[in-house]
Design a binder for this molecule. Structure first.
Ligand SMILES: Nc1nc(=O)c2c([nH]1)NC[C@@H]1CN(c3ccc(C(=O)N[C@@H](CCC(=O)O)C(=O)O)cc3)C=[N+]21
Length: 351
């Protein structure tokens, strides 16, 4: 266990209040119960020997978001050219970036590149950090009225002098490919209602579960984090898929206890390596949304990306897990392209 401690060391400056001291360390070893259930027929002695060897070997299946995202982009590219040929329509995505945060610029560049790979038109406006809210609203109004634009994305976070709610409300709901408009979120929360768009990151998480054959119905799911853009909509989606859902957040008094009951864990808090192997029920499926830069002198960039879950520990306990990078991140962009295609099809009544 000593080596995994160094692997999953999270910076002492980390301020999470979720990280409560473990008073009752429970030793959830790598011996997963699923080995007993998989090998149902042999004599008990043989089952025991399988389980014993599993102690050394057991390792979760890696949920490969990068490859699935590529598959989805290929599917989208086919649809985009079918639409172009049959209806003469090319889906268009407009991205509004305010300020010069490096990470935001990188994300926007990646989105643009992804659009190109599937044949979606991308438009971009880059406004200076000190722009007024009104200037942003004017650009949104222009894209709202532009028939070549089917999706509008305002890159978050916005500069602090802007009111995020005002800005997001201004996006025409028919073009809200991020799914952040309160009417879309409201419909997502209500039974019997359908949102026009589902937020990309949570949608990507569910898509990974589906494509890897993980059944959700009747399962206990725990979402760690309650942000508007990931945790909250992820919990709503899991509930729509008939999971029994708990949300663990910074004021939860017994997070480990609740997380340990989950068959499915979606971690979206933005705290490097916060979820330890001992918090995980053997055989659980883990979707790690966190993309946290941590110092890494051995990397050329000077940092590396880690998730919210301590991967080296979790991979020994879980039955399946997404890596960081290469897990949820690429799926977020694939879902954005999918939402843009859905929007163009809907606006032009193309089936
Ligand atoms: N209105 C809005 N919509 C968003 O969807 C949105 C946003 N604002 N603000 C920022 C976050 C972040 N986000 C990511 C998308 C892809 C990766 C991604 O592809 N990550 C790669 C790693 C890339 C690398 O190596 O740097 C991966 O996980 O494999 C990451 C993060 C979308 N966001």
């Amino acid at each position: 266990m000593a080596s995994s401690l160094t692997h999953c060391y999270s910076s002492p400056s980390s301020t999470t209040t979720l990280l409560l001291r473990r008073r009752h360390p429970i030793n959830v070893g790598p011996t997963s119960l699923r080995f007993f259930t998989i090998h149902s027929s042999p004599s008990s002695s043989r089952v025991l020997s399988i389980a014993a060897s599993a102690t050394e070997a057991s390792s979760a299946k890696v949920i490969d978001g990068k490859t699935v995202a590529k598959q989805i982009r290929d599917e989208i590219a086919v649809e985009v050219s079918r639409m172009r040929e049959a209806a003469g329509v090319i889906p268009g995505l407009a991205v509004i970036l305010v300020g010069d945060r490096k990470d935001s610029a990188t994300y926007v560049r990646n989105k643009k590149k992804a659009c190109e790979t599937v044949g979606i038109n991308s438009l971009e406006v880059n406004l200076p950090e000190d722009s007024t809210e009104e200037e942003v609203l004017n650009h949104i109004a222009g894209y709202n009225d532009d028939p070549s634009v089917h999706g509008i994305l305002v890159q978050l976070p916005l500069p602090s002098h802007m009111n995020e709610q005002n800005v997001l409300n201004a996006v025409r709901i028919e073009k809200d490919v991020d799914g952040f408009h309160p009417l879309n979120i409201g419909r997502l929360a209500m039974r019997g209602r359908e949102p026009l768009f589902v937020p990309c990151t949570p949608k990507g998480c569910i898509e990974l579960l589906h494509r890897y054959g993980v059944s959700i119905k009747g399962k206990r799911a725990v979402v760690i984090g309650r942000s508007n853009i990931v945790g909250m909509p992820a919990a709503l989606l899991l509930q729509r898929e008939d999971a029994t859902v708990s949300i663990v957040h910074s004021r939860t008094t017994n997070p480990e206890e609740i997380i340990r009951q989950a068959d499915i864990i979606i971690a979206a808090v933005g705290q490097p390596n916060m979820v330890k192997g001992s918090w995980i029920k053997p055989g659980a499926v883990i979707i790690d949304v966190g993309i946290n830069p941590v110092d890494d002198p051995s990397s050329s960039r000077g940092y590396k990306l880690v998730g919210d879950v301590c991967y080296e520990e979790a991979v020994k306990v879980a039955s399946a897990i997404t890596p960081v990078p290469g897990g949820v991140g690429p799926m977020t962009i694939a879902m954005l392209l999918q939402n843009t295609l859905i929007s163009a099809k809907r606006i032009h009544s193309f089936e």
